[in-house]
Design a protein around this ligand. Structure first.
Ligand code: GSH
Length: 201
């Protein structure tokens, strides 16, 4: 598999973390906004949406981190086969993309890439209540559950872990969320875990 990747990206970290757990080998193709890679015509032929991650598996091309996780986790314990469990995995992954990532990842990206000043401050502030709401939903779920779905970690945990564990980089403190902090420690304790790549600022 080839992974078009930016090491700073939590969305790219999701398939990287899964492939580390699966012991899968893959080739990195560095593709970033800064180096123009995500807007290069040859990359746009693979992903017309111009975003990483994107994978190539032979002649099969796939983009969107959640779709890539689903593809790579097939036939492994990271994606249960039972219809209800599988649907719950998708539920949390859609939650991540609509109610979590647009606040927590976007605030982190603004902190790292936008020029300091009032416009950046306003953008980060506008993400605050949405991000806190997503964290509160997760905190409540983890009060009763060890993992997001079933009794073992799945790609739902990977999808949510990617930006939650670096939420502080977007100005979100995890201090009020002890269940989330304990779940992060459980994720990091799974053998094969790798840290997210460095963010260049
Ligand atoms: N929903 C997409 C989001 C992907 C995304 O936002 N990728 C960012 C990096 S985190 C990107 O490629 N930005 C570069 C650009 O827009 O040129 C996913 O989950 O894969």
């Amino acid at each position: 598999v080839k992974l078009y990747s930016d090491p700073a990206s939590g969305n790219v970290y999701k398939p990287m973390l899964l492939m580390a757990h699966l012991g899968m080998e893959y080739a990195h193709i560095p593709t970033t906004w800064e180096d123009g890679g995500t807007r290069a015509p040859e990359f746009l032929r693979l992903n017309p949406n111009g975003k990483v991650p994107c994978i190539e598996d032979g002649d099969f091309v796939l983009w969107e981190s959640g779709a890539i996780l689903n593809y790579l986790a097939r036939d492994t314990p990271w994606l249960p086969d039972a219809p209800r469990l599988k649907a719950q995995v998708l539920q949390w992954m859609f939650f991540e993309q609509y109610s979590h990532e647009p606040y927590i990842a976007v605030a982190r990206a603004a902190m790292h890439y936008d020029a300091p000043g009032p416009a950046r401050d306003r953008k980060i502030a506008s993400k605050g209540s949405g991000g806190e709401h997503a964290l509160a939903v997760m905190e409540q779920h983890l009060h009763a559950c060890t993992w997001f779905v079933g009794d073992a970690p799945t790609i739902a945990d990977i999808a949510l872990f990617a930006y939650t564990h670096v939420a502080d980089e977007g100005g979100f403190s995890l201090a009020p969320y002890p269940n989330i902090r304990a779940w992060i420690a459980r994720m990091q304790a799974i053998s094969g875990h790798i840290p997210i790549g460095p963010v260049s600022d």
